[in-house]
Design a binder for this molecule. Structure first.
Ligand code: 6PG
Length: 242
């Protein structure tokens, strides 16, 4: 099957406009999935960037009763921990929308990492009936080029498993993450990046000569839409005529 990577770059003038633009695309994709297939599946990330658009999503008229929510990754901490990706989503989004509990597929960060990864993979397979194909995966990028919890030079980058438990040496912490086979099987991936601290990595990720050196550069949905959503600071080192 020929791959058909459909990749685009959207540059917003500032974080506020980036957030609105991101929310608009998220609504477009999720509402489209519900309209076409009666339901939608979404995987979200953690970090600080989602704080820009989660509150906006909470005010959008999305059919949350038809949306299955998963995570692209999770820190190995309890949901009440300040580092919890679920905890942040709960504070900024889930607590503000009417989403049925059974639609929320939290990674059990409080469990033993290997067990949490196994249980999450089982939950994904029960839901998707095979390799997960998300309607939308929302990712961020670290300044080292990681995405989800796929960090440079870690084994999770080369596994065929769908979920990995990873020890991140430089963070001295464990995480659970979706892997590239899942990310690259999605119908749509949004990679949302804000701030001048990411200008250098964005330049290298959007350069075909250096992209492959980084985990985020290996996100290329085989038959899906990949949209880079940047604010002007994150896009400072790339030509805007793309
Ligand atoms: C996490 C995220 C991670 C994040 C990047 C960017 O659990 O931290 O999944 O991959 O998207 O580190 O983080 P910022 O949004 O804070 O720049």
């Amino acid at each position: 099957m020929a791959s058909s990577l459909n990749e685009s770059v959207i540059i917003a003038p500032d974080p506020a406009v980036l957030a609105v633009t991101a929310a608009d695309h998220i609504v477009r994709i999720l509402a489209g999935a519900v309209s076409q297939r009666g339901a939608a599946s979404l995987a979200v990330s953690g970090g600080t960037t989602p704080a820009l658009y989660f509150p906006l999503l909470a005010s959008e008229p999305l059919p949350w009763d038809r949306i299955a929510l998963f995570w692209a990754d999770e820190r190995c901490v309890p949901p009440s921990h300040e580092e919890s990706n679920f905890g942040m989503a709960d504070r900024l989004l889930l607590s503000r929308v009417h989403i049925p509990g059974e639609n929320i597929h939290r990674i059990r960060g409080e469990k033993n990492p290997a067990l949490a990864a196994r249980d999450y993979a089982d939950e994904l397979h029960r839901f998707f009936g095979g390799i997960p194909r998300f309607d939308l995966v929302i990712l961020g990028v670290g300044s080292d080029g990681h995405t989800a919890s796929l960090f440079p030079e870690t084994e999770a980058l080369d596994t065929e498993e769908h979920v990995s438990a990873v020890l991140v040496p430089r963070l001295n912490s464990s995480r659970i993450t979706l892997t590239l086979p899942v990310l690259n099987h999605a119908r749509a991936v949004l990679i949302i990046v804000s701030g001048n601290g990411k200008a250098s990595i964005v330049e290298r990720l959007l350069d075909a000569r250096t992209r492959i050196e980084y985990p985020a550069g290996r996100v290329k949905p085989v038959n899906g839409e990949l949209i880079w959503m940047l604010d002007a600071e994150a896009a400072a080192n790339i030509s805007h005529e793309r």
